[in-house]
Design a protein around this ligand. Structure first.
Ligand code: NDP
Length: 335
């Protein structure tokens, strides 16, 4: 068995010395478990986060521990019901040639499609795009979607499903080759090479041209320059599913004084719902509010305080005071 372990925690971009190769005899298979010879291993952006000793939605890899990851492979020994030698399976094998896993943590694959699809288009990244677009993107025909890392497994799924839903789709990808792929293979209406633009302003101008009616869904894979470029182009009622922020994963972008990466990371890790709201969009429900809350005020189930300034001439003073917290409760002027 050969496995790749985390040798030390990387600073910025990982280096080969951060990993170590370890060999050992094949492990015994105990009851309920299956020995898998790994044929395909998935490499995903989230793995960079697992190399840090930072609390996230998943635990970090210990020093000396096998790098985590999903693999596909063939069963070579089984002590679990339902699994026999030769079965094609997928599970969290880690970066290893062989893995013993509980049968309950393995999923059987059929041989009708290439096994590697279980790691991409039909696996975790493809599912991420599919479910996130339905739940949080809510595609609408005629609207515009922008996605970065557009030729990757998440971005390409998002782009194709949005296109099928009748949206205008704009890809952001690195380099002319990927831009060509975005249009020709994934059917994006336009593709922008983020590497060709030095700053967010220039990238924004290119995006504005590709999205002349503004942006209704910005699928966030990237953060950094692209996020800065796209925010002013968002339309009223736009949606931003925050899926990833790869530009910030190595901690190399910026000097640490910018709080946006920390905020954005909280939105992702804590699955925050961040919604802009303006009362005038909701006046239709005003009668419902009045009939529900009036009796609560009358019964004293809802308390309220008022701070009453006397005389119109005192309005400016009361206003200035209120802006500094001088009021206790709703500031009123009684004439
Ligand atoms: P990709 O295969 O698309 O690989 C990453 C790509 O990111 C690179 O190929 C590169 O594409 C792009 N990239 C890297 N650095 C930068 C940068 N500084 N600025 C702009 N683009 C950059 O990855 P996936 O499709 O697997 O994942 C895409 C995103 O989705 C990631 O952020 C990932 O962490 C996230 N994700 C989140 C999940 C969740 O549950 N929230 C689940 C799965 C993925 P290019 O050359 O085109 O710029």
């Amino acid at each position: 068995l050969t496995r790749i372990a985390l040798a030390r925690r990387p600073k910025g971009l990982p280096e080969p010395e951060d990993f170590s190769f370890e060999t050992s005899a094949l492990p015994e298979v105990s009851v309920g478990n299956v020995l898998v010879a790994v044929t395909h291993l998935s490499l995903d952006p989230y793995m960079r986060g697992r190399m840090d000793d930072v609390k996230s939605y998943a635990p970090s890899v210990e020093i000396g521990g096998t790098m985590t990851g999903q693999g596909v492979g063939r069963v070579i020994a089984s002590k679990a019901e339902g699994f026999t030698e030769g079965d094609l399976v997928t599970g969290m094998t880690g970066w290893t040639s062989h893995a013993v896993l509980p049968a309950t943590e393995l999923r059987k694959l059929d041989d009708s499609l290439p096994p590697s699809t279980a790691l991409g288009v039909l696996g975790m990244p493809g599912f991420t795009g599919w479910v996130g677009l339905k739940e949080f993107g809510r595609p609408k025909a005629g609207q515009t979607l922008v996605v970065g890392a557009a030729t990757g497994p998440v971005g390409s799924m998002v782009g194709q499903l949005a296109k099928a839903a009748g949206m205008r789709t704009v890809a952001v990808a690195g380099g002319p080759e990927k831009c060509k792929l975005a249009v020709e293979t994934y059917g994006f209406d336009a593709a922008i090479d983020h590497r060709a633009y030095a700053d967010a302003g220039a990238l924004r101008a290119a995006l504005a041209e590709a999205a002349p009616d503004g942006v209704d869904i910005y699928w966030e894979n990237v953060g950094g320059k692209l996020l800065e470029a796209v925010i002013p182009l968002m339309n009223v009622g736009g949606r931003i599913p925050v899926c990833g922020m790869i530009a910030w994963y190595t901690g190399l972008d910026g000097d640490g004084s910018d709080r946006l990466p920390a905020l954005w990371r909280s939105v992702l890790v804590k699955r925050l719902s961040v919604n802009g709201m303006i009362v005038f969009d909701h006046w239709g429900r005003f009668p419902e509010f009045v009939s529900e809350v009036t009796p609560m005020v009358a019964n004293k189930h809802i308390a309220y305080l008022e701070d009453v300034a006397k005389g119109l001439e005192n309005a400016p003073k009361a206003f200035i005071s209120m802006l500094q917290g001088g009021n206790t409760g709703k500031q009123i002027v009684a004439l």
